[in-house]
Write a new protein. Structure first.
Length: 80
């Protein structure tokens, strides 16, 4: 059986990017390490109360999201 050329895997950061301003709870929970369904709902409630996130660091203002959670996810978080 002949070998077929394979495309290189896509950039994992782009493939798993999560826009915290538009993602629903399921996408937040699935795409962010350390964020489950309840915390994802907290992120959405924060976004609804205060408007869109303007910096990635602002995510730490959500109860239960600390610097370590932010550090684990910084590369995959997008704002637009």
């Amino acid at each position: 059986m002949p070998l077929q050329a394979q495309e290189p895997p896509p950039d994992s950061a782009l493939e798993t990017a999560v826009n915290i301003n538009t993602a629903d709870a399921a996408a937040l929970a699935a795409g962010l390490t350390g964020v489950g369904p309840a915390r994802a709902e907290d992120i959405i409630r924060y976004r609804e109360a205060y408007g869109p996130f303007t910096t990635v660091e602002q995510l730490t203002e959500v109860k239960g999201v600390g610097p370590s959670t932010l550090a684990k996810n910084r590369a995959r978080i997008t704002l637009d």
